[in-house]
Design a protein around this ligand. Structure first.
Ligand code: GDP
Ligand code: GDP
Ligand code: MG
Length: 350
């Protein structure tokens, strides 16, 4: 069983529906509902990325104002637009090189076409860096909980992301256990308790200051004993020294594997997208300190720095699993690179 099955299995089994004859009218109605859902998701995503989009296209418009063909000057300006949109230097260079190659083939590329060209190249780049809507090849033994440990600096959005995720999972019919392994501040445990409560998940806690590994151990024991489907482990966000962080995270991992040998199945790094270049730095530090298997990038709603998603997924080759586009319980979206590019650059031209 993999991660995406967690959202499918129990939710999609609706016994009361099975006996209903699917007439063309019923089928049409269902299709209509699905279309509406997709449409709503798209609108939410577009709203969440609005500031990034406005910032980017504002700059792009100014850069190409009065010019008709994509020449070296336009490319220079485009490079600056991408860098100042937090795409990151390395990824920007890659994108520019790709566009240069196209310009070399077609010398009279119109600046009006630039948006579509950019769209294609960025979509292609993201396709190469990861396929986030596929399962990660992580298989969990039937009957064992899927264990996801969440890491990241203070304030990145770990606790909020766990709360939102727990809500989605319980909604899909899953039994969710949450471990309050951020024992650094009492407020952190209480904040997580509020989320667990809203989500209808069970939280395992100890006193403030207790050993995070011990909390993780208790959580897994309890989850296994009670037949939980998923375990989400919150952790403290200190990054004052990498050695200390590594030791603590390693200890938590080791203790968990005593209960479930292949746990944690996933280590998710949460990054605050609104910090732009700082998010790159954090990704670097954490991936050096511990094995990170997925990313969540939060707070894309309040920022024009959403370009980090493109740069980080290209640079670290770690799939972006989720993006946060608001503080609300529903405002965590499974990251779909196609929908992301679509929300940023519009539909493909043909
Ligand atoms: P932690 O220290 O990593 O556990 O971070 P928290 O989960 O406590 O989040 C820190 C702050 O960021 C809180 O005020 C959250 O409401 C806020 N936050 C988290 N995710 C998002 C998001 O996607 N959008 C916005 N606007 N705020 C968010
Ligand atoms: P430490 O470095 O001596 O604290 O120990 P470990 O790294 O082995 O484990 C950290 C914490 O996890 C311990 O303080 C225990 O609370 C818990 N733990 C680890 N292994 C076990 C175990 O086999 N049984 C129980 N009850 N708790 C364990
Ligand atoms: Mg927290």
């Amino acid at each position: 069983m993999g991660f995406f099955d967690l959202f499918k299995k129990k939710k999609d089994v609706k016994p009361e529906v099975e006996n209903v004859t699917i007439t063309p009218e019923v089928a049409e109605k269902q299709a209509e509902e699905e279309r509406k859902e997709v449409e709503e998701e798209r609108k939410e995503l577009e709203a969440g990325l609005e500031k990034t989009k406005e910032g980017f296209f504002g700059k792009l418009k100014r850069a190409i104002a009065g010019r008709t063909t994509v020449d070296a000057d336009v490319l220079d300006d485009l490079e600056e637009v991408l860098i100042t949109s937090d795409v990151g230097v390395d990824t920007t260079v890659k994108i520019i090189e790709r566009i240069e190659a196209r310009v070399a083939r077609d010398k009279y590329l119109n600046t009006e076409e630039l948006q579509y060209i950019l769209r294609d190249e960025i979509a292609q780049l993201m396709e190469e860096s990861h396929r986030s809507t596929e399962d990660f090849g992580i298989e969990v033994k039937e009957g064992m909980p899927y264990v996801l440990m969440v890491v990241g600096v203070n304030g990145a959005g770990k606790t909020t992301t766990i709360g939102k995720l727990a809500a989605q999972l319980t909604k899909a019919g899953r039994k969710v256990y949450i471990g309050a392994a951020d024992t650094f501040r009492a407020a952190a445990i209480d904040q997580l308790a509020v989320w667990a409560d809203r989500a209808g998940a069970t939280m395992i806690r100890q006193e403030m200051g207790s050993d995070p590994a011990s909390v993780a151990y208790d959580t897994l024991r309890s989850a296994v004993a009670n037949g939980a489907d998923v375990v989400l482990i919150d952790t403290a966000g200190r990054l004052h020294n990498k050695v200390g962080l590594m030791k603590e995270l390693t200890k938590i991992r080791n203790v968990m594997s005593k209960v479930i040998p292949d746990a944690p199945h996933e280590v998710m790094l949460v990054l605050d997208g609104s910090t732009g270049q700082n998010a790159f730095e954090q990704a670097k530090q954490f991936t050096e300190a511990t094995q990170v298997t997925s990313l969540t990038i939060t707070k894309l709603d309040g920022t024009a720095k959403g370009g980090v998603v493109i740069g980080i997924s290209d640079k670290f080759h770690i799939p972006v699993r989720y993006i946060g586009i608001g503080e609300g319980i529903d405002q965590l979206k499974m990251f779909d690179r196609k929908e992301f590019v679509r929300a940023m650059f519009g539909d493909a031209k043909n």
